[in-house]
Unconditional design. Structure first.
Length: 135
C-alpha cells in the first residue's frame, strides 16, 4: 500500500534526484560547450523521478512495480555514469571538487534508495505469498 516503507524509499530517491539539479555537478554539465552532456544528465535525472513517482501508485501489482523500478534504476545508473564522467573531466576527486562530488553522491544515494525499495517490495510479495499458503 501507499504507507509502506518502499513508498518512503521511492519518495526519497525522487527527492534526491531532483535535488541533484541544484548542485555544482549539474551546473558544470550545463556550462559544458558540448550541450549533449548537460541534456543527457538532465534527462537521465528527471526520467527516474517520474518513474518512481508513478511506481508508488502501482502498489496493487508488485511484480509490475518491481519491473518499473528496475528500469528506473537502469536510467539512474546512466545518470551516475554521466556524473562520474563529468567529475573525471574536471580533474577527478579532490578537495577543490567537493561540491561536484556531493552531487554525484546524491545520485548514487538515489540509486541505493531505489534498490532498498525493490528489496522491501520483494519482502511484501513473499509475505503475501506466505499468507496465501496459510489460507
Amino acid at each position: 500500500m501507499i504507507q509502506r516503507p518502499q513508498t518512503v524509499f521511492l519518495a526519497i530517491a525522487s527527492l534526491l534526484n531532483f535535488s541533484a539539479y541544484f548542485t555544482a555537478i549539474y551546473e558544470k554539465a550545463m556550462n559544458d560547450p558540448q550541450l549533449w552532456i548537460g541534456i543527457g544528465l538532465a534527462s537521465s535525472l528527471i526520467i527516474p523521478v517520474i518513474i518512481n513517482v508513478v511506481s508508488i501508485f502501482l502498489y496493487n501489482n508488485r511484480p509490475n512495480q518491481i519491473s518499473w523500478i528496475k528500469r528506473s534504476a537502469l536510467i539512474q545508473i546512466v545518470a551516475f555514469a554521466f556524473c562520474i564522467g563529468i567529475l573525471f573531466s574536471l580533474g577527478g576527486f579532490g578537495t577543490y571538487l567537493w561540491d561536484e562530488t556531493l552531487g554525484t553522491g546524491l545520485v548514487l544515494l538515489g540509486l541505493v534508495f531505489q534498490m532498498l525499495a525493490v528489496r522491501f517490495i520483494r519482502k511484501d510479495e513473499e509475505l503475501v505469498r506466505s499468507m496465501d499458503r496459510i489460507r
